[in-house]
Design a protein around this ligand. Sequence first.
Ligand SMILES: [Zn+2]
Length: 351
Amino acid sequence: MRLLSPIIAKLHARLCPRSWSAMWLLLLVVCSASAPLANAERTLQGESCLSLKEIARSLGLSLKVIVPQEATYLEGKGIKLKFQSNKRDCMVQDVKVVLGFPATLCVGDLYISKRDYEGTLLPILLPQRFRMPHAGKVHRVVIDPGHGGKDQGAENKSMGLVEKKLALDLAQRLCALLKSKGYEVILTRTEDVFVGLEARSLFSNKQKADLFISVHFNTAPTPQAHGVETFALTSCMQVSSGRSKLEAEDRKSFPGNQWDPWNVLLGFYMQRALIQDLEAQDRGLKRARFVVLKDLACPGVLIEGGFLTNPQEAKKIQDPAYRQKIAIAIAEGVDQYHQTLKRLASQTPAA
Ligand SMILES: [Zn+2]
């Protein structure tokens, strides 16, 4: 509700006394979108948590508990959530989202971290609660093909696949698609040259990008790992997906963190489009403090389009038609994000 105060102040300034009844009607509608979570917090393992029962009540969703240890579902109003005890993975609209803190069972109820609820779930479920970046404008997109030059990235030597080349190819395909949809697109590199990590976000900031998309292919020590994952910058005081404990770095905030809700929403749309279009394994919307995301002056994500170290997935990625499919999915993600911002901008009074 705190986030509504700038809207209220703006409405006060803009509306004449005769329109106050209209203003209060609007506020009533906005505020009734969800009931407050009063006195619903409980500290579990040092983390402030909310019960799913209370979250369901607040959002007006129905709660279905199969077995508390196995799965709890929250459904209704077009929303579908699934949580499991002791798991950081949850399902949001059938897309895997990795939380910072595991869902925790306490006195028969499942709890999730308040930080995860407010910082990861609400931006996806109720983006209208957050102030939009660049007044909702999404026009200039910077695409960042990972690696380049002396930095090969991931490799599959037996198949002759090199990440830096595949990432550039994917970026060029995405560039053409986004341009055909009317976006202005700039690449951080258009050739096989080395570009430092800090230089990539700096370049995006200089170009005054509205959106930043870094594209990569993955590698793992074992050939079994496969699937697609999307990364958004980890929020301050949140544990990155690759670790389980809070460390000193987690207490820092970076310039890119000012876009936290929109990084998450963009990442969610990307991951959903990718797993639906590619029918690839859903490794989830994850969080990491990647150098290319830390200093961004606009929302951004990093996409891992599949594993070069998995023989089946590498074979797919080798096929230009599959890389085109990845590009189409990413472009769909951009479009969905853009449409949401346009819709929200049309509902918000002009500044
Ligand atoms: Zn990479």
